[in-house]
Write a new protein. Structure first.
Length: 405
């Protein structure tokens, strides 16, 4: 089964589910849609098996009918959950990265409770946290699970009105972390760094009344971009890491922002004026690691944009450059495809001179503008493109012809 087309088919469900009170899909964005299930209530969130290509498993959290499961790509659905969960408004789901070997699924409800099921058929659920405190006007908004959940047992729970909670033992015990901010803090979304094992970082969106962007790192909360949601009348509604560590930020009024991995540099921004984005109020974001396409859900539907945040290859095969020959000055940057994680790239003449050297964004793709180290376009000729990992134990090569206009 094709992973890329599967992901496009799956993601299409996210944008239309709220409006249709059902799950719907399109095989490819922009093509005909089909309604695949009516689950009795609006669908608030979806979670997909990491092994979806093989097991076709999807989970849906609804606005009053609990959690549902499909094991055939969305064609048929079964309602699951305890009596209480079965009537809850489920605002987010988090699935073990090792599913189905580890069938753990977490669900957070609007009323603030977190449930967990650890059996494959979801026949039993248990409370892992009962929040907020009695009388506290807060609602559960989001969950984030560590990519290394199997070893660290870490899950984060966000609350609009009660901040951030986390567990490091698969939900047995939860601790609150306000990062020296007010306990009654607003928090609308949580996204865990794909390199969490080494960075220990989480991005928090829609924080405080100004709806700002923060980074959490083992306790301290640090505002990482003062231009977004900081007294500008806007609110960050959704945050998502790419596979290479860069960050997508969705807002209530100004579309989406694409930020560097540290959150301080704006790479690009999309809204209804400068892009085909359907609406400036973003409700959800997802990124397909197989092809780097980012999807943005809004009240008007689903939009997407192609990025270079594609999962790296495990081993070098052959580095492919396109377009090849490459005309300079160029109309587009050169695409360098076939890199391992966190590669560095060198552009070398046939005589061995290094004319350009740079780091990739971290994934399978890097780009080059055709300029040398001094900022001049390189002359016509044949060049060797070399990619290598940090310790030099993995090396890949490709050839490139440059034609100067």
């Amino acid at each position: 089964m094709n992973t890329v087309s599967d992901f496009r088919r799956i993601l299409a469900m996210v944008a239309v589910s709220v409006a249709l009170c059902a799950a719907s899909r399109a095989q490819v964005p922009g093509e005909a849609w089909e309604r695949i299930a009516v689950l009795g209530h609006d669908v608030k969130c979806l979670a997909f098996s990491p092994d979806y290509a093989n097991d076709q498993t999807i989970f849906a959290g609804t606005g009053g009918m609990g959690v549902w499961r499909s094991q055939d790509g969305g064609d048929t659905w079964t309602r699951n959950g305890t009596v209480y969960l079965a009537t809850s408004i489920v605002t987010d789901l988090a699935i073990s990265p090792n599913y189905p070997n580890d069938p753990t699924l977490f669900a957070i409800t609007e009323s603030g409770n977190v449930f967990v099921s650890a059996n494959a058929n979801l026949s039993t659920w248990s409370f892992t946290i009962s929040l907020p405190a009695p009388g506290l006007d807060a609602r559960g908004t989001s969950l984030g699970i560590s990519p290394d959940f199997a070893s660290d047992g870490t899950v984060f729970a966000g609350y609009d009105g009660d901040g951030l909670y986390y567990t490091t033992n698969r939900g047995t015990y939860w601790a609150q972390d306000t990062g020296s901010l007010s306990r009654l803090i607003r928090l609308l979304d949580v996204s865990v760094d794909p390199n969490f094992a080494s960075t220990d970082e989480v991005i928090l969106g829609g924080v405080s009344q100004d709806g700002c962007l923060y980074r959490w790192a083992s306790g301290p909360w640090t505002k990482i971009n003062g231009t977004l949601g900081d007294g500008d009348g806007d609110t960050i509604t959704s945050v998502r890491y790419e596979g290479n560590g860069r960050i997508w930020v969705g807002t209530k009024n100004n579309g989406v922002f694409h930020l560097s991995s540290d959150g301080t540099t704006l790479i690009e921004q999309f809204n209804t004026t400068n892009s085909p984005l359907l609406n400036n109020e973003i409700t959800s974001i997802a990124v397909n690691p197989a092809d780097g396409r980012a999807y943005f859900g809004s009240l008007y539907g689903l939009s997407s944009v192609q990025t270079d945040a594609i999962s790296p290859v495990a081993e070098f095969d052959k580095i492919i450059c396109s377009p090849n020959p490459y005309l300079v000055p160029p109309k587009v940057n050169l695409r360098i495809d076939g890199l391992v994680e966190n590669s560095s790239v060198k552009i070398i003449t046939l005589t061995g001179d290094v004319v350009a050297e740079f780091d990739s964004p971290g994934g399978k793709i890097a780009s080059w503008d055709g300029k040398d180290k001094r900022g001049n376009y390189v002359p016509s000729g044949v060049y060797i493109v070399v990619g290598f990992n940090k310790d030099g134990s993995k090396v890949g090569k490709g050839k490139l012809a440059v034609v100067k206009r």
